[in-house]
Design a protein around this ligand. Structure first.
Ligand code: C2E
Ligand code: CA
Ligand code: CA
Ligand code: CA
Length: 275
């Protein structure tokens, strides 16, 4: 028992050390990645539930790590936020995605995720205005996705109002997973609610009325507030059928299309043109 106890302690120790080293390493690598331009964007289609036509794309960050290969944002966004590196990375995402969107048909929007750290950084609103001016993208074709799992205070609200004044759309991301109440939503300049995948995936596992009723209630409330709804993470025909029947306007998920390289976007839009 003594030996195994000591082993356990040693194992615990080295795990902690590895974790700390891993973080320091990740930070170093992230700094290099910014310098070397190792980031790339993948674009996931958002399509009309009614017609299947493309209404927009969400830009999703990918890191082509020289050793580890493609790293998911889930594995580096938090480090980038803690170190503030998310600010230059996010600025680059906004610029690149907006520039690409100017090459698409006018009715196709571009949605970009914004971290709260970025939203709170000095000069954020100006940076958005500059990107619109420099790329020539019409403001209404740009959408900023703000995650609902973050507490939004008065100064955040102020920033969002100024973004909205530019004519840029605002989507509440991951809706249903975080803190925002329906009441707080009415105080924000939100145009669109992205209903989290957690609600959508349940529509398969449990085909009883109650799961569908919850989904329908979210859509109804959103619609009554003048907000459009987007179902996230739609993976099956059944899920698409249910969310559409509930009145959800837009679907996004692997069923319609996986995040794709910029070069594939035009062909995708074309493939959905006659729907
Ligand atoms: P998110 O904003 O909720 O983005 C949707 C995530 O769900 C993406 O993961 C997407 O690939 C994935 N997804 C889409 N459809 C399906 C589906 O049908 N099934 C399943 N299982 N997953 C689906 P990804 O690309 O790994 O991004 C993870 C998160 O990283 C994003 O979640 C977002 O919060 C964050 N992120 C990505 N790009 C950026 C960025 O440029 N800036 C910031 N601040 N965060 C970003
Ligand atoms: Ca998002
Ligand atoms: Ca989301
Ligand atoms: Ca999410």
């Amino acid at each position: 028992a003594k030996v195994s106890g000591r082993n356990q302690i040693r194992r615990f120790d080295s795990t902690l050390r590895e974790r700390a080293t891993g973080r320091a390493r990740a930070l170093l690598d992230l700094r290099m990645a910014v310098q070397n331009g190792e980031f790339e964007l993948a674009y996931q289609p958002q399509v009309s539930a009614a017609t299947g036509a493309v209404v927009g794309f969400e830009a999703l960050l990918r890191w082509n790590h020289p050793v580890s290969g493609v790293v998911s944002p889930a594995d580096f966004i938090s480090v980038a936020e803690e170190t503030g590196l998310i600010v230059p990375i996010g600025a680059e995402v906004l610029r690149t995605a907006s520039a690409l969107a100017t090459t698409w048909p006018d009715h196709v929007r571009i949605a970009v995720n914004v971290s709260q750290v970025q939203l709170r950084s000095v000069g954020y609103v100006e940076s958005v205005r500059n990107v619109l001016r420099e790329t020539g993208l019409a403001a209404e074709r740009l959408e900023i996705e703000v995650t609902e799992s973050l507490v939004i205070d008065d100064s955040d609200r102020e920033v969002l109002l100024r973004i909205a004044e530019l004519g840029v759309a605002i989507a509440m991301d991951d809706f249903g997973t975080g803190y925002s109440s329906v009441a707080s939503l009415s105080l924000l300049p939100v145009d669109r609610l992205k209903i989290d995948r957690a609600f959508v995936s349940q529509l398969d596992a449990d085909p009883t009325e109650s799961r569908t009723a919850v989904f329908r209630a979210i859509v109804d409330i959103a619609e009554s507030m003048g907000l459009e709804t987007v179902a996230e993470g739609v993976e099956t025909d059944r899920q698409r059928a249910v969310v559409t029947e509930c009145g959800c306007r837009v679907v996004q998920g692997y069923l319609e299309g996986r995040p794709m390289p910029a070069a594939d976007v035009d062909a995708f839009i074309e493939s959905r043109r006659n729907y």
